[in-house]
Design a protein around this ligand. Sequence first.
Ligand code: COA
Length: 556
Amino acid sequence: MADKIQVKVPDIGDFDEVEVIDVLVAEGDSVEAEDGLITLETDKAAMDVPAPQAGKVLSLKVASGDKVSEGTVIAELEAVEGSESAQDKGSDEPSGSDDSDTDEDQSQPASDATEEATPAGEKQEVEVTVPDIGDFDEVELIDVLVAEGDEVEEEQGIVTLETDKAAMDVPAPHAGTIKSLKVKAGDKVSQGSVVAVMEAVVGGVEPEHSASESEPKKADKPESPKPGQDKKSEPTGDAGGGTDKGLDRGSLQAIDESGFAKAHASPSVRKFARELGADLVKIHGSGYKGRITHDDVKKWVKSQLRGAGGGAGLPQVPDIDHSKFGDVERVPLGRIKKISGPRLQASWVNAPHVTQHDEADITKMDAVRKALKSDAEAMGTKMTPLAFIMKACVHALREFPDFNSSLDPDGEHLVMKKYFHLGFAADTPNGLVVPVIRDVDDKSVFDVARELGELAEKARNGKLQQKHMQGACFTVSSLGGIGGTAFTPIVNAPEVAILGVSKAEMKPVWNGQDFEPRLTLPLSLSYDHRVIDGAAAARFTRYLADVLGECRNLVM
Ligand code: COA
């Protein structure tokens, strides 16, 4: 029959009445040996109380906010039959969380250096071997971090191993000199494989002690962490390991080790963050008193994958603690901004942008618009310059088909579009959206104006559906109703160009004899320079300005 085990708070040093800040499991959960069950926090450290062996959580005896001390029963566990418990390793304490057990278990030096005990200060050759790396075997060695002859510090990483779950450094068991390396990048290693031989000064062992000591490793045993506390020398993804590179290798930025050590997070969250290469320094804690939770780490990693943190391989913007300089408030980004931000960034970093500025004389066009205004109003439609501008864009796109294309992902073809679906940027209380008017070429200026109004209203009311925002070939972003003289819109990739429109102003224009008042519309065309040349962009905007100026074929 399966054993029932009471899991108790182990020796937590001088602390008493310590707060439970997190309960990491629920009743009925299955847990592995050493999985954290609850997290305690003193004013000095957070620590998990781990499961003494694999099993099922029958009942929880504590909740977040409770105070516990050594010996407090926190949960009842039904142990999996045959699973090895901590007490199997030498303790009578049924909770399995006895300090001495976990010392034995956790304080094993990260590298199983097989040196003989020697008098303090004597140099000797020490093999650096792969320590216990859990269930992994034949793990790939992805990096050798030192060279023969190098002086290394104790705990400095010698090689880096990578499993499908984590990267981990094998640290030097002592300070010393690397005499020879026994491995190279690409080799496969397992627990006990010798990776290097070093000459080290192994100190602190009294000769008479070593004579009677059957376990020479203990002579060099680092101070034992308390159960579940950060295991600085443990060679899992969360190993400090001196030169720990965690999973930052490649795309993620290096972890700020001193900041990481001080971060307000439980050991299980630290371990989790290590496994994902997430730097706790950069993560905002949403838990009690700003504690970083598993969810915070997940969200941060997701945001990095989306590119919010600068994206893979991009230099990062300095992460500044603004509160050092004055009062601040942290408010969440709106949903639309969270979606559009990474897309804008993707376009900005992928497409080399150039913006071509020009002006169109829309005096005639505006007269036509005003003449149609009352008819439009009778139809319940507002006739703004934008409807004319969109119609004019179709003419320019027909004339310059490259502007109505997308760069094929192979980078060697253009996908030429034979349709004219135009997007327009709409400012809404929740952020910027881009509804699409389909087949603008087939529609009259009245139809376009009506659809503009309908879609803009839907956008403002948050009623746009996916189908309203798909399929655009080219986008117009009009700030004409607000003001400004020019701006540099970001191409709505994979489109290759976007037209920015600013506020039309009456300007004095020289006609050869006099200055004439002309209504002048500023145009700002941003384009993807991989597809569009500067000369083509200048021709496109000039052509567009002419079409608008002459108000040619814009109404029907
Ligand atoms: N020059 C001068 N006046 C202009 C103008 C221009 N280029 N464009 C519009 N106007 C006038 C309109 O005629 C209207 O005046 P009226 O009420 O006297 O007729 C007024 O400005 C307001 O127009 P608006 O309601 O903005 O309509 P619109 O059709 O021009 O634009 C939207 C509709 C949805 C595009 C617009 O409301 C919007 O959201 N613009 C912001 C887009 C944006 O944020 N772009 C930035 C992306 S980076």
